[in-house]
Design a protein around this ligand. Structure first.
Ligand SMILES: C[S@@+](CC[C@H](N)C(=O)[O-])C[C@H]1O[C@@H](n2cnc3c(N)ncnc32)[C@H](O)[C@@H]1O
Length: 470
């Protein structure tokens, strides 16, 4: 079959992890469908790749809607991040639960011992995000007849140099949206150009709003190319005047404002942080503990959802006493929450600033038995084993790529009573569990999917492994 062949009236059977649709061609090959498929839809497709066993195709147009699709209010727009918005929330939960089960099928009969618990829903499905990252940029396309030098919103899916204007982000609350609109108007009037990643010219790059769910305290981070020739301290002064004389009186919940001098080529929110206004940090409260958030700190983006995730960890963990290893610890949230149950906690995290935040957070909450180690988990577990350190229980919460190949086996050598694996990617979870279960020393005891990101394809899963008695 040739590239660009059009396939007509294809029914989307299901969604697979990553958000792609799955359909079947009449010749029996599976079709991986991109472009926002919804199960139950009938669509026309354009073939992108034709392989021996499967096809890749993109949606050209929708022929008939899915029974799971809901009518959206007129101001609800689907940007890259929330492409499941038209799918009824109950259906989203069902899809995510099935995706976790599908991913763990590679474990075959090792799943027989496990209890698959129902998915834990997010307490809020709209306005749940405590952090939203907007981007400035352009939209220039001769093919589409568009030449717009000022855009402020989100990246067009898969395109690094085109921005789609946002009017209203449904995953953020009203106040975040109102601040976003005020900043849009100001930046448009400022006369400073938006950044162009192709030429590395221009000024405005990213705007991050973080708002504590519990206290309402809000932090703003402007990320801008301060190497831009037309930029001077004068513009910084004007930004400061806007912040102090307009934004803060209008939005008194703004407690902290930073400018990130973002002069690198990569499209990431980074750079030297210059505080323009207010306090160094804002504070979020999770399950009664206070956590300080810095402009560059990692923090779960759905605070109420994070409480559900951590409650799941707290309720699955049965161990008490001895030492807990909190691996891939971020700012030490899990270790701090579990610290009351153990004599000591070793918290290991790659990013030194996150470990430093963790140590500050522990002190702020009067927690004295958590020690923070900054470095790679795969190196620290070997070091701890060489130092004959023991672990009664272990929590692992790696990034999307899962663990370094050497880590799963080394972790088993602690012979901990139980291991909890918190994962944001069912595929790498399944891969790591295959290695951890193959020696037969542990059995898969519990699997709990948790939805922290309604309207997106992301899934969190907490898995509990129990040591099989010798
Ligand atoms: C999904 S986050 C988990 C954070 C934390 N457990 C929480 O609940 O907020 C994963 C963390 O692993 C860290 N990380 C990535 N690779 C690592 C490695 N090889 N060793 C240790 N930490 C790593 C990242 O910096 C990030 O903070």
């Amino acid at each position: 079959m040739k590239k660009d062949t059009v396939l007509q009236n294809v029914r989307i059977d299901k969604l697979v992890f990553g958000g792609k649709g799955l359909a079947e061609h009449e010749d029996g090959r599976k079709i991986m469908v991109s472009g926002g498929a919804i199960p139950g839809q009938t669509v026309n497709l354009r073939v992108l790749k034709s392989k021996k066993n499967y096809l890749e195709a993109q949606i050209l147009n929708v022929v008939s809607k899915s029974p799971f699709e809901e009518e959206l209010p007129p101001h609800f727009q689907v940007y890259g991040g929330c492409k499941w918005l038209p799918i009824a929330y109950e259906k989203q939960l069902e899809i995510k639960e099935d995706q976790v089960k599908d991913a763990l099928r590679v474990l075959r009969d090792r799943t027989a011992s496990a209890t698959f618990h129902p998915i834990v829903a997010s307490p809020e499905t709209l306005g749940y995000r405590n952090k939203v990252e907007f981007s400035w940029g352009k939209y220039i396309s001769a093919k589409e007849g568009v030449h717009d030098e000022f855009r402020f919103g989100f990246h067009k899916q898969g395109e690094f140099d085109r921005i789609v204007d946002c009017d209203y982000c449904v995953l953020a609350d009203e106040r975040i949206n109102a601040i976003f609109r005020a900043v849009r108007d100001y930046s448009k009037d400022s006369g400073l150009p938006t950044y162009d990643p192709k030429t590395q010219e221009g000024f405005w790059r990213h705007f991050v709003v973080r708002k504590s769910k519990k206290t309402g305290a809000t932090m703003l981070v402007f990320s801008a190319n301060t190497d831009f020739p037309a930029y001077s301290r004068k513009e910084e002064g004007e930004l400061l005047v806007f912040v102090r004389q307009f934004l803060v009186p209008e939005f008194p919940e703004i407690e902290s404002v930073y400018l990130l001098q973002n002069v690198g080529k990569a499209d990431i929110v980074t750079g030297q942080a210059v505080k323009l206004h207010g306090s160094d940090t804002i504070v979020e409260t999770l399950l009664g503990f206070e956590f300080e958030i810095h402009p560059k700190s990692f923090f779960q983006t759905n605070s109420l959802g994070a409480e559900k995730l951590y409650e799941t960890v707290l309720s699955l963990m049965r161990s008490k006493g001895g030492t807990l290893l909190d691996l891939y610890a971020g700012t030490g949230t899990i270790g701090i929450l579990l610290s009351g149950r153990f004599d000591s906690v070793h918290s290991v995290e790659l990013v030194p600033e996150a470990s430093a935040d963790g140590a500050r957070n522990a002190a702020r909450n009067g927690v004295t038995n958590v020690e923070f180690f900054s470095g790679k988990t795969e190196e620290f577990v070997t070091r701890f084993l060489n130092e004959k350190k023991r672990a009664n229980a272990i929590v692992i919460d790696p990034p999307r790529d899962g663990m370094h190949p050497s880590a799963p086996k080394a972790i088993l050598e602690f012979k901990a009573d139980e291991i909890l694996y918190v994962s944001c990617n069912p595929a790498t979870l399944a891969r790591d569990l295959q290695t951890m279960l193959e020696t037969g020393e542990y059995r898969l005891a519990d699997v709990v999917p948790v939805d922290m990101f309604p309207h997106t394809h992301h899934i969190e899963t907490v898995v509990r492994l129990e040591r099989v008695s010798e």
